[in-house]
Design a protein around this ligand. Structure first.
Ligand SMILES: Nc1ncnc2c1ncn2[C@@H]1O[C@H](COP(=O)(O)OP(=O)(O)OP(=O)(O)O)[C@@H](O)[C@H]1O
Ligand SMILES: [Mg+2]
Length: 267
């Protein structure tokens, strides 16, 4: 593989949260290496508290590694979110005082884009996310899943080349989740963006991804990386195929031990 196929490169990355008020420092992550190929769909699964959100913060430039290096498109990531990276956070980050439309337009207005272009991008994105009929609604008037779609729309309008998603469908029921996954796949195909998805759902990871990184209990390191081998044109019907059982079985194999460890150390 040519080295310029690699969009994101983490080398020897650790993250240690310093001790506060006489407590202990928390070694949250690593040391770990990760290379994301341009345009691939990579998911991360791992026990709660193992450092997944920390990993996302480090890739996004929102937290600096305690050691090691992070590059995006060959340039070091440090201090701020680089142009070309879009983040959807684990918690609902929509602005309650703005309509869906204005939430989606927020970053583009701040970047000073002409209003006509903002309108075109926002309407396209809201329509894609099934939110156009709710363009004038405020977050409090939407369901949890719709609010989450507003958050995704806010990020998509910036046309990121790397999309970082932290458990974006956590508030949804299983069947809606599967359908949102299909929409995410369609979006991934349409935009050609690289996707780094953090998810608590093993099936979601197995279904959506080109590769799945399985993380250990804290401090999180990758204990397995599973190539799914799915075609680019895929959707949630994969769950009925025998290959799906093999992929999710392999992910669970690594995860089971780690989840038991994480639970035991918390007791
Ligand atoms: N700002 C912080 N200061 C100190 N410790 C932190 C901070 N943020 C996270 N941690 C600790 O780092 C570890 C990893 O946290 P992180 O949020 O990355 O886990 P996670 O894998 O995303 O968990 P979950 O699946 O529950 O979202 C946890 O033990 C947490 O307590
Ligand atoms: Mg998290």
């Amino acid at each position: 593989m040519l080295s310029d196929d690699i969009q994101v490169r983490l080398h020897g990355v650790t993250r240690i949260y310093p001790a506060v008020e006489g407590g202990k420092a928390v070694h949250a992550l690593g040391p770990l290496d990760l290379e994301l190929r341009e345009g691939e769909f990579f998911s991360v699964v791992g026990p709660s508290g193992c450092g997944k959100s920390t990993l996302l913060d480090v890739v996004a430039g929102l937290a600096s590694p305690s050691s090691g290096s992070v590059t995006f498109e060959g340039r070091p990531v440090a201090g701020e979110v680089p142009d070309g990276i879009g983040v959807v956070f684990q918690e609902d980050a929509s602005f309650p005082w703005l309509s869906s439309y204005d939430n989606a337009a927020f970053a583009l207005r701040r970047a000073g884009l002409p209003e006509a272009e903002i309108r075109e991008r926002v309407e396209h994105t809201l329509s894609f996310m099934g939110l156009l009929p709710f363009a004038d609604a405020y977050p409090a008037q939407l369901s949890g899943g719709m609010r989450q779609r507003v958050c995704i729309a806010r990020t998509l309008v910036t046309r990121p080349r790397l999309l970082l998603l932290d458990e974006p469908f956590g508030a949804l029921d299983q069947q809606t989740r599967l359908l949102m996954g299909d929409e995410l796949l369609a979006l991934w195909r349409e935009t050609g963006a690289t996707v780094l998805l953090i998810t608590h759902s093993l099936d979601e990871a197995a279904l959506l991804s080109d590769r799945v990184g399985v993380m250990s209990a804290r401090p999180g390191v990758f204990i397995d990386r599973v190539e799914t081998g799915w075609a680019r044109e895929r959707d949630s019907r994969i769950v009925a195929e025998p290959a799906f059982g093999r992929v999710s079985g392999r992910i669970w194999e690594g995860l089971r031990d780690q989840s038991i460890k994480a639970l035991e150390s918390a007791r």
